[in-house]
Design a protein around this ligand. Structure first.
Ligand code: ADP
Ligand code: UVW
Ligand code: MG
Length: 394
């Protein structure tokens, strides 16, 4: 069954709600994207159409007006005034954590919303933020179909040995294991790779999703077999403000020396990573522009950690055929890509310096033992695709 109408995607984070609108009747053409940012300070609502033309640009006076029900009502009213034929067919959400239960997208019913909310102990920071807009949409437009797409779902193919921690069994049985995140991005890139380079797509590939949150995924034949994020989105790579992998002994030390739970959480999520090491910024652009030695040190550590974790995943894969860079840093920073690739020269990886500077799709030389590509990610398109898939199933 084909479908007309539009699909709205929502990606609700700690300080913003990103949204996009897709036309189901036009092969899921993206007709609009936008964001409501700074929810906790001075909320800012902006959206552009598929030509980059500004459709709305507005600031609320204060955060009190930005409670989820209010924000969602404003957003839906705005979207409904920009719809083509067929109206709004459904809303698809990015849900960061689906626990062990969800290995595929689901239609949201009162029962599934409760079940997702019940996973909150696994991710108390993100899940409440993801569930709030679902409840707000259900309240505002009770008849509208809603779909949940999980960031963890793509990693359900990871074998047990690669997602287990060496802790007592009774704790593992309670769900203390690695789950992995950024799954919608990895699924999108795996699909793109299948079209762009089918031979490579069936091989051993590492995707580097390098945004403010960053992780790696090892794929064999298009399926995830290992990833650097674990139980939480803190593990693995150094990030904009998150620490990445750290000796748990450091946390014990801090706990013993006056840090309380909240302070440790804040330290690991918001004060570490590029920001913590540089003392300047968590944004790679600011650090590249700075001549302070601390900025260089932060970028060096970022690239060192990246090459180090790539080494670990190569061992899980038993070799490497392809490396794909994606997300904000991966798509835009030729410097970071060059630095990481230089550290991987021992693999026989040879970067094409010109192609890299030009942000070309293929940035390795023909003689390189590892093909290196840059593929822009699109988590929203993946959410729209899954949402339409569930609508078509009825
Ligand atoms: N031109 C650029 N050069 C280097 N880094 C960039 C550039 N553009 C964006 N970035 C980086 O991308 C990051 C954001 O990536 P993005 O994938 O949008 O993150 P998220 O979705 O996790 O917020 C920024 O923190 C910034 O460091
Ligand atoms: C899971 C995660 O880290 O998400 P984000 O990159 O959006 O912060
Ligand atoms: Mg992101």
């Amino acid at each position: 069954m084909s479908r007309t109408g539009s699909i709205l995607t929502l990606n609700a984070g700690s300080s913003s709600v990103k949204f996009a609108l897709f036309d189901a009747g036009r092969d899921l053409h993206q007709s609009m994207r936008g964001e409501i940012e700074s929810l906790s300070s001075v909320p800012h609502f902006h959206a552009v159409d598929d030509q980059g033309r500004v459709l709305i640009e507005r600031r609320w006076e204060k955060a009190d007006n930005a409670s989820y029900p209010h924000v969602i009502e404003e957003l839906l009213t705005f979207i409904e005034s920009h719809l083509g034929k067929g109206g709004l067919a459904a809303v698809g959400h990015r849900i960061v954590h689906g626990g062990e239960a969800y290995s595929a997208p689901v239609k949201l019913t009162p029962k599934t919303i409760d079940a997702i909310e019940a996973l909150t102990p696994l991710d108390p920071l993100h899940l409440p933020l993801n569930v709030a807009p679902i409840r707000a949409v259900a309240e505002a437009r009770p008849k509208l179909t809603q779909v949940a797409c999980f960031d963890t779902a793509f990693h359900h193919t990871i074998p047990k040995v690669a997602h287990s921690y060496a802790i007592p069994r009774e704790l593992s049985d309670k769900g203390l294991r690695a789950y992995g995140f950024h799954g919608l991005s990895y699924e999108y890139i795996a699909g793109q790779l299948k079209e762009l380079a089918p031979d490579l797509a069936v091989g051993r590939v590492i995707i580097a999703h390098l945004g403010a949150g960053a992780s790696l995924c090892a794929l064999r034949n298009g399926q995830s077999i290992a990833t650097t994020m674990g139980f939480s989105a803190l593990d693995g790579l150094m990030m904009a403000t998150r620490s990445g992998i750290i000796d748990p002994g450091v946390l014990l030390y801090l706990g013993r020396h006056g840090y309380n739970f909240k302070q440790i959480e804040d330290l690991l999520y918001h004060k570490s990573g590029l920001l913590g090491v540089s003392g300047i910024s968590g944004d790679v652009r600011d650090l590249l522009a700075s001549d302070k030695p601390e900025a260089r040190e932060a970028l060096d550590l970022f690239a060192y950690r990246l090459a180090w974790e790539i080494g670990a995943l190569i061992s899980a894969l038993g070799g490497l055929d392809g490396l794909v860079f994606t997300a904000g840093i991966g798509e835009h920073s030729a410097e970071i890509r060059a630095d990481v690739c230089a550290r991987l020269a021992w693999l026989g990886l040879r970067l094409d310096a010109w192609a890299n500077k030009a942000h070309a799709g293929v940035i390795s030389l023909g003689e390189s033992a590892v093909a290196v590509r840059v593929i822009p990610t699109n988590e929203e398109a993946m959410i729209a695709h899954h949402t339409l898939g569930l609508l078509q199933k009825g």
